[in-house]
Design a protein around this ligand. Structure first.
Ligand SMILES: Nc1nc2c(ncn2[C@@H]2O[C@H](COP(=O)(O)OP(=O)(O)O)[C@@H](O)[C@H]2O)c(=O)[nH]1
Ligand SMILES: [Mg+2]
Length: 426
């Protein structure tokens, strides 16, 4: 069966050889539920003023002045207790603000007892200038537990701005110097093979910021890697692609779950699929790509603009509240995903149908619907990203710069209409 399917379908059906469809779909369903609800705790630590709170906001794509959600930055009293900052669209992802191990009033032993290192998945050790023996001591403890840590030097924008006044200034050389300086400080403090990420809280698409995110995502185990890719906001085009690729994998999974559930005929349609799976997957995809209400509010806050300004570039997708069972049924009835398409796909790709027909039919319908929906969502997420780039060019997320500026686009949003385009099962 597997070898006779279209390549995209084969990816999932390959596995059918080994076990029954029922077993497999049960397993996938469990995996998808885990993925949607998994808890991830990221610890951000460093001395007061290093830039911890700023990084927590930056990773969540948030301004420092988001009244409701942001971590307060600047000269404020630091508390001794670790403080959790959930990411509002996916609150099981928590960024923790940990006091630095060198904080006065703390003996290192007491520190380790207080912060309970084992509760975190990985650690980001932040320094605004150089690292000290406190940082490497902590890293040793983390290493002992078999967990990952990342040394991050923040505020490189500031350092570059200072150096740029010099006649012979070259950005790349200055960055090299900062890197060398940080690595040396780490070696002096006993770190054998220091690796430092140079970042600016204000430039999440520059310097080592994208590499930092990609590295800590890739270094997690399978499911946490995928969850991090899904949960974190889109900061770069590459980040968007990674989300798309990961989501495609899970769409195949969802389609197979639907296939396992079997043939649930829809009144008036000879199509079969589980509409509940479609609704929950579409709602999830929508949120993963930042098109839900909470994500849009965070964005709007970041630029001090009405949320309608961002909604106006969302042209292909419905709003979250519009994704209902009725919506899905309407979509299924629309000619583009008609019976002929699905039956033909099934006949072309799976010549030996036998008793699996219901399942294959359901698999293809679900796969087709979700793939099409994902394409629409990605196009809208690209529009939002382009809009953001426009905003950033106007310098609106840097502090102390002009927060005015004009925006184009209307605040009217039309209700979503299914786009009558064909989609290839490539
Ligand atoms: N220019 C610049 N300033 C930063 C950066 N990160 C933090 N800051 C500033 O450094 C100060 C301390 O940052 P904060 O996040 O409060 O440090 P924390 O005490 O470690 O939480 C604040 O005024 C921030 O705005 C950065 O990447 N670039
Ligand atoms: Mg802070």
């Amino acid at each position: 069966l597997a070898t006779k399917c279209a390549p995209a379908v084969t990816g999932t059906l390959d596995m059918v050889d080994e076990r029954s469809v029922d077993d497999l779909s049960g397993e996938l369903e469990k995996k998808m539920k885990t993925l949607m609800n998994i808890k991830i705790d990221i610890a951000i630590t460093g001395v007061s003023g290093a830039g911890k709170s700023s990084l927590i906001n930056a990773l969540r794509g948030m301004s420092d002045d988001d009244e409701e959600h942001s971590a307060k930055t600047g000269p404020i009293q630091t508390t001794i207790d670790p403080k959790p900052y959930p990411y509002p669209p996916f609150p099981t992802l928590i960024l923790w603000d940990l006091p630095g191990i060198g904080t006065p009033d703390f003996k290192p032993e007491k520190y380790l007892e207080m912060v309970k290192l084992e509760r975190y998945d990985f650690f980001i050790i932040v320094a605004g200038e150089r690292f000290t023996v406190n940082d490497t001591t902590l890293a040793q403890e983390i290493k002992k537990m078999g967990k990952k840590f990342y040394y991050v030097r923040t505020k490189v924008d500031g350092s570059l701005a200072c150096e740029s006044k010099k006649k012979k200034f070259k950005e790349e050389e200055t960055l090299q110097e900062i890197r060398r300086y940080c690595e040396e400080s780490l070696k002096e403090a006993g770190e054998q093979s220091p690796r430092v990420f140079l970042i600016s809280r204000w430039d999440t698409d520059k310097y080592d910021f994208p590499l930092l995110v990609e590295t800590f995502e890739e270094e997690q185990d399978d499911i946490k890697r995928d969850a991090l890719i899904m949960f974190l906001p889109i900061l770069t085009k590459d980040g968007l692609r990674r989300k798309q690729e990961t989501m495609e994998k899970y769409i195949r999974g969802a389609a197979l779950v639907s296939c396992g559930i079997g043939c649930i005929p829809l009144p008036g349609l000879s199509l079969a699929c589980d509409t509940a799976i479609l609704v929950s997957m579409m709602t999830y995809i929508h949120k993963v790509f930042g098109l839900d209400k909470k994500s849009l509010h965070i964005l709007a806050n970041r630029f001090d603009k009405p949320v309608e300004d961002f909604k106006s570039v969302i042209e292909n997708c419905p709003t979250t509240t519009e994704i209902t069972e009725q919506f899905v049924k309407r979509l299924l009835r629309s000619s583009v995903i008609g019976v002929t398409t699905i039956t033909e796909l099934a006949l072309q790709n799976v010549p030996v149908l036998g008793s699996l027909f219901g399942g294959v039919n359901s698999f293809l319908t679900t796969f087709y619907m979700l793939k099409k929906f994902l394409n629409d969502v990605v196009r809208d997420a690209e529009n939002v990203l382009a809009k953001l780039a426009g905003q950033e060019l106007q310098g609106q997320n840097h502090p102390g710069q002009n927060r005015g500026g004009t925006l184009t686009g209307t605040s009217e949003t039309e209700p979503w209409q299914p786009q009558m385009r064909t989609l290839e099962l490539e």
